[in-house]
Design a protein around this ligand. Structure first.
Ligand code: PLP
Length: 625
C-alpha cells in the first residue's frame, strides 16, 4: 500500500519512480514521459536559488485546460447537445500574470475566457485575452467604475457579460449604459435553493451572500422590459460553492439551474448561455470520497452530469440548448504548482537525555520514577498513569522549590523513556486504551520546515484543508520517524494538522530520519489554486521565489527553467509595512559609527557590520540553510 497516496491524489501527474524520487508526467497526452522532481530541485539549487520555492509546471496547467475543454467537447458531441462549451477561468483562484497568460494561450483553440470578480481583476482581464469569441464574465459586487470599465470592454468588441448580483446594480447600469451609449450584455446570477455541502456550502441557500431570488429575477426582467433592454439578458449564472465533494449536489444544482433557464426562456428572456459557476472539486486527500478535501466523482462524470442534465430539462421544456459556461478555477490550477522546501531541524520530546543514575539523597519522586523505568512487567495503562502522576507532582514540587534542576532533568528523561517503552510494547492488534493511543502523537517528532503556513498553505490553517506533503526522494526507503510538520513562524498555529497516510487522514506521518550534512526536501503539493495567492506575510515571511518549468517538446523527459521570479526580500516586506529601509540602513550605520568612535568596534569591523546589515535587507526572508 502506498503510504503518501501519491498515485491517488496525483491525478496521473505525480508518481513515485523506481529510484525513490517523485516523478512528474506533466503532459496528459504523453503519460509515460516523466521528469524527475529531484533533478528539478537540483537544477533550481544550481541556479543559486534558496528554498523554499514555488515550482510551477506550466505543462500541467496547459493539460488541465485541455482536459476540461476537450471533455466538454467530446461529451457534447456524444450527447448530440446542440450548443457549445465556452468556459472561463476565474482569475481570483490564481491571478499570477504568468498563470493567466498560460491559461489564455492553452485555451485559445477552445475560445476559453476569463472571469473577474473585482475592479483590479477586471482591469487585468481587460488587458489580456483579446479573443473576440471568448467570454469575459464579470461577477462580484459592482460600483459605477466597475460597470464603466465593463462597458469599455464592450467598446473593445469583447464579449463582456455583466452578471447582476443585486437589483441595485441594474438600476446603476441602465442609466450608465444609456449615458455612454454602450449596450451591455447582461447575466443574471440566481440565488440557488440547493444547499451544497462542505466548506463553501453558504454560497447557496436563502442566506447566500450572492445572487437574485426568483422574485428579484422577475423584477429584473420587468425593469429590463420597461427600459427596452430585455434583449441584453443573455446569461443565467449560478454557483453553489467551491470544492463540491458530492456529485449528487452537482446534479441537483444542474437540475435547478436548467429548469430556471428553461422557464425564463419560455417567459421570453433571450438567454443564450447557462453558466454553472465553479465548484469542480479536487481529490486533495486521495480518498475519492465526500470529505471536504476530496470528491466522489471524476471530471468526466461531472461534465456528463452537466451536459446530459441540461439537455434533458431543455428537451422536456422544449427550449433551445444553451451554450454551457463553467468557471472552474481550482480544477484548472491546483495541480500545477507545489512548494518545495527543506527540513531544517527536528524537535523531539525524547531527544534530550540526562544521566539518570541514582544520586545520594535524591527526592523520592525521582526514585519512584526510576522504578517505573524498570517496570516492564506492569500493565501499560497503570505504568502510564503512574508516570503521568509523578510528572505532575514533580512540576508542583519544582514550583515550590523542592526539586532541583538536575532532578527535574532526570525526571523528564525518565518520563519520556517510559512513554517510548510503553508505546513500543503496545499490541496494536488488540484493544488499546484511548489515552495510550494518544502516545503516538505525544512521542511524534516535529520536523521544522523552512516555510510559512500562512504564506504558502493558508487553507490548511484557516479551514483544515488537507494538502499532500511528501518527501521528494528516498521514497524507496521505509520512513521510520513519526512526525508532524511545523513551520518557522513564531506561531504555534504554524503547523500542518492533517496528513495523508495510506487511505487514512492522520495527525502525524512517518518521514525519513534526517541525515547529517544531507538536505531532506519535502514538497507540499496541489497548491496552485488559492494557496498560491491568498497567503499573508505573518511574521514578515514574504512571497516565495517562483521557478517556472517547461518540458522540451522535442526531447521527451527533459525540462528547462523558463523563468525565475525572485521572492520578496526583507527590504520589500518591510517597505509594505511602511518602513523606510534607506532610513533604517542609515540609522544602523550611524549607531555602528558611534560605537566605532567610542572604540567599541574596530573601524574595519564597523564597515563589515554595515555591509552585512544592508546585505540582509536585500536577502530572502526565509532561513538560509
Ligand atoms: N465562480 C464563482 C462565482 C466563485 O465564487 C468561485 C469560487 O468560489 C469560482 C467561480 C471558482 O470556483 P472553483 O475554484 O471551485 O472552481
Amino acid at each position: 500500500e502506498e503510504l503518501y497516496g501519491v498515485n491517488r491524489w496525483g491525478a496521473g501527474y505525480f508518481s513515485i519512480g523506481a529510484n525513490g524520487n517523485i516523478q512528474i508526467a506533466p503532459n496528459h497526452r504523453l503519460p509515460d514521459v516523466t521528469i524527475d522532481m529531484q533533478e528539478v530541485v537540483e537544477e533550481i539549487l544550481a541556479e543559486g536559488i534558496q528554498l523554499p520555492a514555488v515550482i510551477r509546471f506550466h505543462d500541467i496547467l496547459r493539460s488541465q485546460v485541455e482536459i476540461l475543454n476537450e471533455t466538454f467537447a467530446q461529451t457534447i458531441a456524444e450527447a448530440e447537445y446542440k450548443a457549445r462549451y465556452v468556459g472561463v477561468f476565474p482569475i481570483k483562484v490564481n491571478q499570477m500574470r504568468e498563470v493567466v497568460e498560460e491559461i489564455i494561450d492553452a485555451g485559445e483553440p477552445y475560445d476559453y475566457g476569463l472571469e473577474a470578480g473585482s475592479k483590479p481583476e477586471l482591469m487585468a482581464v481587460l488587458a489580456y485575452n483579446e479573443n473576440p469569441n471568448a467570454l469575459t464574465v464579470l461577477n462580484g459586487y459592482k460600483d459605477e467604475d466597475y460597470l464603466t470599465l465593463a462597458l469599455l470592454g464592450r467598446q473593445l468588441r469583447r464579449k463582456i457579460i455583466i452578471v447582476i448580483e443585486k437589483f441595485s446594480e441594474l438600476e446603476m447600469l441602465i442609466p450608465l449604459s444609456k449615458k455612454l451609449g454602450v449596450e451591455p450584455i447582461i447575466g443574471l446570477r440566481s440565488k440557488m435553493m440547493v444547499r451544497s455541502t462542505g466548506k463553501w456550502a453558504s454560497s447557496s441557500g436563502d442566506r447566500a451572500k450572492f445572487g437574485l431570488s426568483i422574485t428579484e429575477i422577475l423584477n429584473v426582467i420587468d425593469l429590463l422590459k420597461k427600459e427596452d433592454m430585455l434583449h441584453c439578458a443573455k446569461l443565467l449564472h449560478f454557483h453553489i460553492g467551491s470544492q463540491m465533494s458530492d456529485i449528487r449536489k452537482v446534479k441537483e444544482a444542474v437540475a435547478e439551474g436548467a429548469r430556471l433557464y428553461a422557464k425564463l426562456v419560455q417567459l421570453g428572456v433571450p438567454l443564450e448561455y447557462l453558466d454553472i459557476g465553479g465548484g469542480l472539486g479536487i481529490d486533495y486527500d486521495g480518498t475519492s470520497s465526500t470529505t471536504d478535501s476530496s470528491r466522489n466523482y471524476s471530471t468526466e462524470e461531472y461534465v456528463a452530469d452537466v451536459v446530459y442534465g441540461v439537455k434533458q430539462v431543455c428537451d422536456l421544456e422544449q427550449v433551445p440548448h444553451p451554450n454551457l459556461v463553467s468557471e472552474s478555477g481550482r480544477a484548472i490550477t491546483a495541480h500545477h504548482s507545489c512548494v518545495v522546501t527543506n527540513i531544517v531541524g527536528e524537535i523531539k520530546n525524547t531527544g534530550a537525555k540526562f544521566d539518570i543514575s541514582p544520586a545520594e539523597g535524591e527526592h523520592i519522586l525521582v526514585s519512584n520514577m526510576r522504578e517505573l523505568v524498570n517496570g516492564h512487567d506492569m500493565h501499560p495503562q497503570e505504568r502510564y498513569n503512574d508516570a503521568a502522576s509523578f510528572k505532575q507532582s514533580a512540576y508542583e514540587a519544582f514550583k515550590l522549590g523542592i526539586l532541583s534542576l538536575e532532578e527535574m532533568a532526570k525526571l523528564d528523561t525518565m518520563y519520556w523513556q517510559i512513554l517510548s517503552d510503553i508505546h513500543d510494547s503496545l499490541d496494536r492488534e488488540n484493544f488499546v486504551f484511548q489515552e495510550l493511543e494518544e502516545l503516538e502523537d505525544m512521542l511524534a517528532s516535529q520536523y521544522l520546515c523552512n516555510f510559512s503556513i500562512f504564506q504558502s498553505a493558508a487553507d490548511t490553517w484557516a479551514i483544515g484543508q488537507v494538502l499532500p506533503v511528501v518527501p521528494i526522494s528516498r521514497l524507496n526507503e521505509k520512513p521510520e520517524v513519526r512526525c508532524s510538520i511545523v513551520d518557522i513562524t513564531c506561531d504555534s498555529d504554524g503547523k500542518l494538522g492533517k496528513y495523508i497516510e495510506g487511505t487514512e487522514i492522520s495527525d502525524n506521518i512517518p518521514m525519513h530520519s534526517l541525515r547529517k550534512g544531507e538536505q531532506y526536501h519535502v514538497g507540499l503539493f496541489l497548491t496552485g489554486a488559492y494557496q498560491d495567492v491568498m497567503g499573508d506575510m505573518h511574521n514578515l515571511f514574504g512571497r516565495l521565489t517562483e521557478v517556472h518549468i517547461y518540458c522540451h517538446d522535442d526531447e521527451p523527459g527533459d525540462f528547462y527553467i523558463e523563468e525565475i521570479v525572485h521572492g520578496t526580500t526583507a527590504e520589500k516586506v518591510l517597505e509594505t509595512m511602511q518602513y523606510n529601509t534607506d532610513f533604517m540602513a542609515k540609522t544602523v550605520k550611524k549607531f555602528i559609527d558611534r560605537e566605532v568612535r567610542k572604540g567599541n568596534i574596530a573601524p574595519r569591523e564597523g564597515v563589515r557590520w554595515t555591509d552585512y546589515y544592508e546585505k540582509c535587507l536585500a536577502d530572502t526572508t526565509y532561513l538560509k540553510v
